[in-house]
Design a protein around this ligand. Structure first.
Ligand SMILES: [Zn+2]
Length: 184
């Protein structure tokens, strides 16, 4: 993302007008301004921000679409040692703009609805929803970085591991890489 992303992302916009003009918005949102997300993670730096790039457009069916990508540095609690671990959350998403539940049900399956008012939408709240979706349910340190994995090995004098090395979910970055490609 370019340097433009250091400016704050507009909070309230008219997303339908933006879609008609094929607008691209790029900016950041201070994480401390997202209370639901703040409650869902262990913490983050005081000045930490979510960097966001949003593209508004109309698809061939004249549906109003916003596609976006985001990136946010946070601390999560490792579920093996209960210690802090720093990760960068990343996500890509494509949403269909709707103003009613009825419209939402008319969207194709690959488009998640973004419910807005007729002429205004809260982009910060939408990004907060996307951040909450991308949180791994069971974050774990890399094995070599986790204090608890040494304790696990200490219980096994022959050096064999209690858990298979290729256990999925052992590497937080592989989890995130998987999430990165998930359409929701
Ligand atoms: Zn750990």
């Amino acid at each position: 993302m370019s340097n433009a992303s250091s400016a704050e992302l507009p909070k309230i916009v008219d997303p339908y007008k933006l879609a008609e003009h094929n607008s691209v918005l790029e900016g950041s949102i201070p994480l401390r301004a997202l209370p639901r997300f703040r409650d869902a993670v262990l913490g983050f730096d005081d000045d930490a921000a979510c960097r966001v790039k949003l593209s508004f457009y109309m698809d061939s069916q004249r549906r109003r679409i916003v596609s976006g990508e985001l990136e946010a540095p946070v601390n999560l609690e490792c579920q093996r040692c209960m210690g802090p671990m720093g990760v960068v959350l990343v996500s890509q998403f494509i949403l269909g703009l709707v103003t009613s539940d009825e419209q939402a049900q008319g969207l194709p399956r690959d488009l998640e609805p973004f419910l807005t008012d007729d002429f205004s939408a809260d982009l910060w709240s939408m990004v907060e929803d996307e951040l909450l979706l991308v949180l791994a349910p069971y974050p774990l340190h890399e094995r070599g970085d986790c204090p608890a994995s040494e304790e696990l090995e200490a219980y096994e004098p022959d050096g064999s591991s209690a858990e298979p090395e290729e256990k999925t979910g052992d590497n937080p970055f592989s989890v995130l890489a998987g999430l990165k490609n998930t359409k929701h």
